[in-house]
Design a protein around this ligand. Structure first.
Ligand SMILES: [Ca+2]
Ligand SMILES: [Ca+2]
Length: 543
């Protein structure tokens, strides 16, 4: 390449950039519209703030509790009666190719006859509608109304028009053609598709990369575990806990294939680091840290009042004086808790007996326990349960006995909501008192008993990569309103980029159908994220 040609290319690039700048405002508006549009799927259950209808011509919408079930959220639809065509709409993707029946649950406070007209709108096709007139079987109760869109009518001229393809908006008219004021409730607007399971694992980690099965009796394995014993400043552990953590074999040892972390009420108060305490226990740090993967811990738990067993992780960069990774030089002064991130795989002692909890601590929750869920189990002291955490780049899912029960997946991931793209290490401990409450006066000792700790990742990526691209095909190509992805892999995320590198569409579901009605014609690159890997496909959108 000559210098002159080089300059010419820079000139062309600059020109293109200027043109892009002029269009950027339009493009951003387009992207925002797209993301709002594509985020909404059937069924509409009014549990999300996105399930928000817009009333027009004197109608108004709100969400409220179901009068018959306070735990259920429903939509409240109000007509003020000033206009015979008043109604409500929501932008939602409705695919009518497979299923042409729409049902909704309707609740009337009055016993009168009503009609409901449901209209499906565009894009780029005639609006169609179905109107059902019905009597109220029982006032102040729910009944299901069914709309068959294989016998729909063209909204413009009333001719027969069966639904086909994907519609982008549902409009609902209650007492269409009448100026009847009234307030009604609607729930479960469905076309037979099921809501995606929020707890589905997006990545399955299968390669054992680190573990301890606790098969050698005696002291814990010092190659794998570190005794964290140094008291934080002030002479007490956090949260008002009353124990010393020690490296004595009385407080942590391996026996019968299990690790015992034993909290003890000492006969003679125990003095360490100049502080005398009545209770001792152990707090282990793993000498292994990792980013993403699955952790399985099979354990039995102490249940006595005031005991607080925990299986959890902290960021390796936490500046905690006396923590293993701090002693190894990894501490960063600007990564104090909760900036370092904390993943609580299992805690017991904070709720009812046999009620365990999982939680995340991040800067966005100011360290508070906002992102949390709990489960009541069967006899956590005498029965082993497997406490697991599945941590991918997209979500952290908690499982008990291989059943997923809680997923943390913030829609916006940044340092505040998601300090989880760097290494975390494991902690195992039994605290006493503090948030776990008063210790019973007759407490003597009690143990968390751990059969194994296992960490899985996907390490055999080299062999997978060769075949990885061939696991995915997209069709049709060129595409118009819909791109289907053929694969038997789980999909974490799909992104569509224009040839100038602008993100025009992102889908974080595990969907294999990508709706592109609002994507302009042109050549695009589709990035498919799966199993921590990315494959890129070219796709032409034609209209
Ligand atoms: Ca509902
Ligand atoms: Ca074992």
């Amino acid at each position: 390449m000559t210098v002159q040609n080089y300059i010419l290319i820079i000139f062309i690039k600059n020109l293109t950039t200027t043109q892009i700048m002029k269009k950027s405002l339009l493009l951003i508006t387009f992207i925002l519209n797209s993301s709002i549009f594509f985020s909404q799927q059937m069924p509409i259950e009014f549990n999300s703030s996105q399930d928000n209808f817009i009333g027009f011509d004197g109608s108004s919408f709100a969400t409220r509790n179901d009068p018959l079930d306070g735990a259920n959220k429903v939509g409240q639809f109000h007509n003020n009666g000033t206009n015979a065509n008043q109604g409500f709409y929501i932008d939602v993707s409705v695919d009518t190719d497979d299923k042409k029946i729409i049902t909704l649950s309707f609740y009337s406070f009055d016993p009168n006859n009503h009609n409901i007209l449901v209209k499906l709108e565009g894009p780029n096709k005639p609006n169609i509608q179905v109107k059902e007139t019905f009597s109220i079987t029982a006032a102040q109760n729910w009944q299901t109304i069914t709309f068959d869109f294989s016998n729909a009518k063209n909204s413009a001229d009333g001719t027969a028009a069966a639904a086909s393809g994907i519609y982008s908006r549902i409009a609902i008219f209650i007492d269409d053609d009448a100026t009847t004021p009234g307030t009604y409730l609607i729930d479960n607007i469905s076309n037979g598709t099921t809501a995606p399971n929020p707890n589905i694992l997006d990545v399955k980690y299968t390669d054992l990369v680190w573990s301890d099965d606790f098969s050698s009796p005696g002291a814990i394995d010092g190659n794998k575990w570190f005794h964290q014993t140094k008291i934080p400043g002030g002479g007490s552990w956090h949260n008002g806990e009353v124990q010393h953590y020690t490296d004595r074999i009385e407080n942590s040892y391996v026996e019968d294939g299990n690790l015992f972390i034993k909290a003890i009420k000492e006969n003679e108060p125990y003095t360490d680091q100049g502080h005398t305490k009545r209770y001792t226990s152990a707090r282990l740090n793993s000498k292994y840290a990792f980013t993403y993967g699955r952790v399985d811990v099979r354990a039995k738990l102490p249940l006595e009042s005031g005991t607080w067993p925990a299986i959890w992780t902290l960021g390796k960069n936490i500046p905690e004086d006396g923590g293993y990774w701090q002693t190894q030089g990894y501490s960063q002064s600007n990564s104090g808790w909760p900036i370092c991130g904390e993943i609580d795989i299992m805690e017991h002692g904070l709720h009812n007996d046999n009620e365990v909890s999982s939680a995340l601590h991040t800067p966005s929750s100011s360290g508070n326990t906002e992102n949390t869920s709990k489960q009541i189990l069967d006899d956590v002291t005498n029965n082993y349960h497997i406490y697991s955490m599945n941590w991918s780049p997209n979500q952290i899912t908690f499982l008990i006995d291989d059943v997923a029960y809680y997923t943390y997946k913030p829609s916006t991931k940044n340092n505040n909501t998601w300090p989880f793209d760097t290494e975390q290490y494991l902690l195992l401990n039994v605290a006493m008192g503090g948030y776990a409450g008063e210790i019973a006066s007759n407490f003597t000792n009690s143990s968390m008993v751990i059969d194994y700790v296992r960490v899985y990742q996907n390490v055999n990526t080299a062999s997978i990569n060769e075949d990885f691209n061939s696991n995915f095909s997209i069709y049709p190509n060129p595409a118009s309103d819909l791109i289907s992805i053929h694969t038997n892999k789980l999909i974490d995320k799909v992104e569509l980029y224009s040839v100038i590198g602008q993100l025009v569409l992102a889908e974080e579901n595990t969907t294999k159908r990508i709706y592109t009605q609002k994507v302009k014609p042109g050549l695009y690159l589709m990035k498919i994220y799966s199993d921590d890997k990315i494959t890129t496909k070219k796709i032409l959108i034609k209209k």
